[in-house]
Design a binder for this molecule. Structure first.
Ligand code: ZN
Length: 150
């Protein structure tokens, strides 16, 4: 097993078991529900904005280790970012785990999220890893429609 693979599994297990920013929505937060029918992952993402900056982001729900770990790390990463930065990260993250784009460049902007490049080896897990991000966007749009990976 490569070192990178070990790191990938370690991080996913850690965040999957002990998700960060895992809680119910607070009053005044935008919230959205996301569902990945392929795996059965169900998440709610809560976002509080302040002058175009993501003041708080949290989530709760039930899902596999990858969807939970991805949501947990997303909340840590997005806090304090602008919407524009969040969009860019989502694009990079998506490119990274689907194997599109320039991987070196994508890795540079993603920090700890880079461990998710391991998902590329498991295409069926891409939807698990992106569910939180789709749901985050839905929360921002205050969409009434549940976010779906389909
Ligand atoms: Zn899943």
């Amino acid at each position: 097993m490569s070192e990178f693979r070990e790191l990938y599994q370690e991080v996913i297990l850690d965040h999957g078991k002990n998700p960060r920013n895992f809680r119910e929505a607070l009053a005044g937060e935008h919230t959205a529900f996301g569902h990945n029918p392929l795996c059965g992952d169900k998440l709610e993402v809560h976002v509080e904005m302040n002058n175009g900056v993501i003041e708080n982001v949290a989530f709760n729900g039930e899902g596999c280790a990858i969807s939970t770990a991805s949501a947990s790390m997303m909340t840590q990463t997005l806090k304090g970012k602008t919407l524009e930065e969040a969009e860019t990260m989502f694009r990079s993250f998506h490119n990274l785990i689907t194997g599109n784009g320039d991987t070196e460049t994508e890795l540079g902007g993603l920090g700890k999220l880079a461990v998710f490049s391991g998902v590329r080896e498991f295409p069926v897990r891409v939807k698990c890893a992106t569910l939180a991000w789709h749901t985050f966007k839905a929360a921002l749009d205050r969409s009434e429609e549940p976010a779906s990976t389909e």
